[in-house]
Design a protein around this ligand. Structure first.
Ligand code: UDP
Ligand code: MG
Length: 323
């Protein structure tokens, strides 16, 4: 019998866990032709999430959990999940029930047909502000233009991944993670399912604009060096312009003498060049910061407690051969 794992990252989700469990239980009980495992990754929740998960495990041994030592962020929680799931395939589901579980049987059907990565594409994004929707679309189109891999817009983490995809994702131990890009980067046979995304059941999204901006910068810097190229090009254009200007003023001064004019132009030029230089430095700094973070080789997450049928992998080096 093939085993299906459901991976659920949880951060302060005490209100959602009871109804989430009911929904997942119904799914598992109606598909007894598979063995099931539900792996909940508690990402340092400050509410009763962990107690609820422990209680669920006492009643139902299909529930497994990984308790992280603090809040490492969803991307790290996902990696902890990839390391600990034991199924032949895995479905990633958000704890807030924004993802419609009733399409999982369709995902499983496609998996049986031989697809490796069956992802849900959102037709609508649920109740989100206009600004958030707009910024998100702009980000995807920017990322698409800058990187040389196809990153599909409006696709989240809700997807079924075959074991071979999970194994490849486990080999990618970067600290600054952008998992949505990694799914596309690894390739394999993909299949799209269009869904309507519901709004969050309880609680509020853990992703404020600040965190989303950080994720967007991570997405761009993880998959593209185009920003560096852009700053080189801007530098080049300004240098050529400055050289032409220099020649013009030199000749003008030699012919007509120096009448000390153009002070405002001078100020504007200094400010403009200063701005461009700082921006370029900032862009270079973003990349250097990432090199620095990666060079420390810290584990992406730390496991405090694990209960399940696999072995705990708090030391990432156990799982990777690529490092
Ligand atoms: N999450 C997490 N760690 C965090 C933030 C979120 O594990 O630091 C989990 C959260 O519990 C949920 C999923 O990631 O299951 C998606 O989070 P959220 O609903 O806040 O994101 P959104 O749906 O707004 O993208
Ligand atoms: Mg959500």
């Amino acid at each position: 019998m093939r085993k299906v794992s459901i991976l659920i990252p949880c951060y302060n989700e005490e209100e959602n866990i009871p109804s989430l469990y009911e929904a997942v239980k119904q799914l598992m009980d109606s598909h007894t032709d598979y063995a099931w495992e539900v792996l909940m990754v508690n990402d340092g929740s400050k509410d009763r999430t962990m107690q609820l998960i422990r209680q669920l495990r006492e009643d139902d041994q299909r529930i497994c959990y990984v308790d992280l030592s603090r809040n490492f962020g969803k991307e790290a929680a996902l990696l902890a999940g990839f390391d600990h799931v034991t199924g032949d395939c895995m479905v990633i589901v958000d704890a807030d029930q924004q993802d419609p579980l009733d399409i999982i049987p369709t995902m499983l059907q496609y998996w049986e047909e031989g697809y490796d990565d069956i992802y849900a594409k959102r037709k609508s994004r649920g109740k989100e502000s206009w600004l958030r929707k707009h910024l998100s679309l702009q980000f995807y189109s920017l990322l698409q233009k800058m990187s040389n891999i196809d990153i599909i817009p409006n696709v989240g983490d809700f997807r079924l991944l075959d074991r071979k995809c999970i194994d490849e994702l486990c080999r990618m131990r970067e600290t600054e993670r952008y998992t949505k890009g990694l799914y596309c980067w690894i390739g394999f046979k993909k299949k799209e399912i269009i869904i309507d995304r519901a709004s969050r059941k309880h609680g509020k999204s853990g992703w404020g604009y600040g965190k989303l901006f950080g994720l967007a910068i991570n997405g761009i810097t993880s998959f593209s060096t185009v920003p560096l190229r852009i700053s080189t090009c801007i530098g080049l254009v300004i240098s050529i312009y400055a050289f032409c200007h220099l020649a013009y003023f030199l000749i003008k001064t030699m012919i007509f003498g120096d009448d000390v004019q153009g002070f405002p132009t001078l100020v504007i030029l200094i400010l403009f060049l200063g701005g461009v230089q700082l921006l370029s430095l900032g862009i270079i700094g973003e990349y250097i910061g990432r090199i620095y973070n990666e060079s420390k080789h810290r584990p992406v997450y730390i496991v405090q407690e694990y209960a399940g049928c696999g072995k705990s992998m708090s030391n990432p080096d156990q799982t990777t051969t690529a490092n």
